[in-house]
Design a protein around this ligand. Structure first.
Ligand code: Q9C
Ligand code: ZN
Length: 656
């Protein structure tokens, strides 16, 4: 059936419900990690979205479609035949280990028996609704698909993406001449750069690719320069690729809306697309474990509403990332409701963009102003002076509530984006006078983030730990420490116990002489109990402690950066290559305390195997060292002296 596109959407019919398509298909849950290992990109993502839509009754107001597999000829319009062959056959490999070997060749990719089917369905779903929207059968659509697509390149799956669903649909629309689609705007608001899509339309002026993403000068995933704002396309495509690279995380509604108002929307007006496809990742959403940004469902709905003014409302949204199930589902619901009704919403926000946001906006506008004259005007000073300081780090207690299971989104959090001053944790720009801004720019960034450093060895004794911060030599130590660049004492100290095994190993250390040192088995074990002393320090200081624990002299970059902090919550341990000769190079996540991650440094699981097999010696601590541990436990009021002695004794003697 054909629908005259203009009439459905005419201004005189604003109250008429739009025809909105939804694709959901349980078969896209078949793709998962081979042994059902925990992974952020898991089947529950689309289930969470679907259940939320069902429980809000939204599916009754939409046209719901099953997924269809995409035909190879449409995939072949953006991917190589090798790539198609890989994805098509990966699930019919004889063994899981064959699949794992293939997956290991790629960056952030897993495969199982269901991967091929899910990939074909995800791409097919987007293509199917794109065609319906192009024909006017639907006004707009949301394809709730996985695996995601925007990282997948012509000849390479990556970043949880197998086929580039959005690129396949876009190329299809352009190639079906009868659809009359000659100009497509792709808006990629996933927190990661859409590297795959960018490359596929790099020289193509028919596709304006716009991506806003965390970039952090190339250190955020996918690392490198592809997401930089100087990447504007080439040849006839020059000017038709727009990247807005955030300098830091924690961006929220105000930052995104500013980018919309001062870059995307003016350009979209001039480009005048025939249709819009949104690479709709929701990993910039508040509470997302990978994204570290704070866009609210309301924020997403405003971003969407502003785009609905173009191409007569013809919009296809395709799910990309988004890893906090509550935040993800709430954001999708807000968007589908906006597609259905174009609800009037209050667009004024109580918070301002970051200063860095204006810097990025200005840089992008300048870079693209010859292609898009609308960007050439200088932004008024009174506008760009309204900023939220990067130093105002939110105490993000409330974000935790997204982690408590389904449907716990607190209304006040969603609506009240202003954070009272009393909740702001204003941290000093510590140590900046001692380092040159250029060589160690990471320091001022990491100085703004607090972590709990969990000590289980001699650092439980505060005077000994302070040597790592302030420099010096505590009782019993054979040599002094350099200390951290930022010598500020820990902001807080507290104690806890963790279900992990404490043990002693190695033959001697430079600091304590002959005898073993303390290790925490990174694997948890609920039969065990280890006392840990938590010090609230900055992530910058944590890096300096890591460095001293692993005996290294110089550093121009942090070993454990913000990206590592983002991923450790689901990876649980991160073994630091750069420090792999050190005994304590494995950073382990031990949960949160007051919403601040608890990190410790210990040996790797592999080393624990070595200790168990006798390849690495188990060895009781030397006297001076054991005394320091006991002192820490007693002064921290955790144990009496006798109890502390036997606690250490047991850890030193009980078999692993
Ligand atoms: N430590 C999407 O959101 N992260 N993909 C690798 C390495 C990969 C995200 C972290 C993130 C991929 C579609
Ligand atoms: Zn993403």
């Amino acid at each position: 059936m054909e629908f005259p596109p203009d009439r459905i959407n005419g201004t005189e019919q604003l109250s008429v419900q739009r025809r909105v398509g939804l694709v959901y298909d349980e078969r896209m849950c078949k793709h998962s990690t081979p042994e059902a290992e925990r992974h952020p990109e898991n089947p529950d993502r689309i289930r969470a979205i679907w259940y939320k839509l069902l429980s809000a009754g939204i599916h009754h107001r939409c046209m719901v479609f099953d997924a269809k597999v995409v035909e190879d000829k449409y995939i072949a319009a953006v991917h190589t035949s090798n790539h198609i062959d890989l994805i098509k056959t990966i699930s019919s490999k004889k063994t899981a280990s064959q699949r794992n070997r293939v997956a290991a060749r790629y960056n952030s990719i897993y495969f199982n028996e269901g991967s091929s089917e899910s990939a074909y369905l995800a791409a097919g779903s987007v293509l199917e609704v794109a065609e319906k929207v192009a024909k006017g059968e639907l006004n707009s659509a949301f394809a709730i698909v996985r695996p995601p697509g925007h990282h997948a390149e012509e000849n390479e799956p990556m970043g949880f993406c197998l086929y580039n669903n959005v690129a396949i649909a876009a190329r299809f629309l352009l190639n079906q001449k009868d659809l009359g689609i000659n100009k497509i705007l792709i808006v990629d608001w996933d927190v990661h750069h859409g590297n795959g899509t960018q490359k596929m339309f790099w020289k193509d002026p028919r596709v304006l690719f716009f991506s806003v993403h965390r970039h952090e000068y190339g250190s955020f995933y996918p690392t490198g320069d592809d997401g930089s704002h100087v990447m504007i396309g080439e040849g006839p495509g020059a000017g038709y690729n727009i990247n807005v690279p955030w300098e830091n995380g924690r961006c929220g509604d105000a930052d995104y809306i500013a980018v919309w108002d001062h870059i995307l929307i003016p350009v979209a007006k001039d480009f005048n697309p025939d249709i819009i496809i949104i690479s709709a990742g929701f990993d910039a959403a508040i509470g997302d474990p990978l994204g570290g940004c704070r866009v609210t469902p309301h924020g997403y709905s405003i971003m969407l509403k502003k785009l609905m003014k173009f191409s007569r409302g013809k919009i296809i949204m395709a799910l990309e990332g988004g890893y906090n199930l509550n935040s993800l589902a709430n954001s999708v619901v807000a968007c589908v409701e906006m597609l259905l009704e174009d609800k009037p919403v209050a667009e004024s926000l109580e918070v301002y963009p970051f200063e860095s946001t204006w810097r990025v906006i200005k840089a992008v506008r300048e870079k693209l102003s010859t292609f898009w004259p609308t960007l050439a005007d200088k932004l008024p000073e009174e506008l760009t002076s309204r900023v939220t300081s990067q130093h105002q780090i939110y105490s993000s207690q409330s974000e935790d509530e997204y982690e408590d299971g389904p449907n716990t989104l607190p209304e006040d959090l969603e609506n009240d984006v202003t954070i009272p001053l009393s909740k702001l944790n204003l941290s000093e720009d510590a140590g900046s006078d001692q380092v040159t801004a250029t060589s160690q720019a990471w320091r001022s960034q990491l100085a703004k983030i607090d972590v709990w450093y969990a000590s289980f060895g001699s650092n439980m004794s505060e005077p000994r730990f302070l040597c790592y911060i302030q420099g010096g030599q505590a009782e019993g130590m054979k040599r002094p420490c350099r200390g951290a660049v930022d010598k500020t004492k820990p902001k807080e100290v507290m104690w806890k116990t963790v279900p992990h095994r404490l043990f002693f190993g190695r033959e001697s250390t430079a600091t304590w002489g002959p005898g073993g040192v303390a290790f925490l088995n990174p694997e948890s074990n609920y039969q065990e109990k280890t006392f840990i002393c938590l010090y609230k320090i900055t992530l910058e200081q944590f890096n300096d402690v890591l460095l001293q624990e692993n005996v290294r002299i110089d550093t121009s970059s942090p070993f454990f950066d913000l990206n590592a902090l983002d991923s450790i919550e689901y990876e649980k341990t991160i073994s630091l290559e750069a420090l792999k000769d050190g005994w304590y190079h494995n950073v382990v996540y031990l949960g949160k305390e007051n919403d601040i991650p608890i990190l410790t440094m210990t040996c790797t699981r592999t080393a624990v195997e070595g200790f168990k097999s006798g390849k690495i010696p188990i060895c009781a601590p030397p006297k001076e060292y054991a005394d320091t541990l006991v002192r820490g436990l007693v002064q921290g009021k955790q144990l009496s002296e006798d109890e502390a002695v036997s606690y250490i004794q047991e850890a030193a003697t009980k078999p692993l």
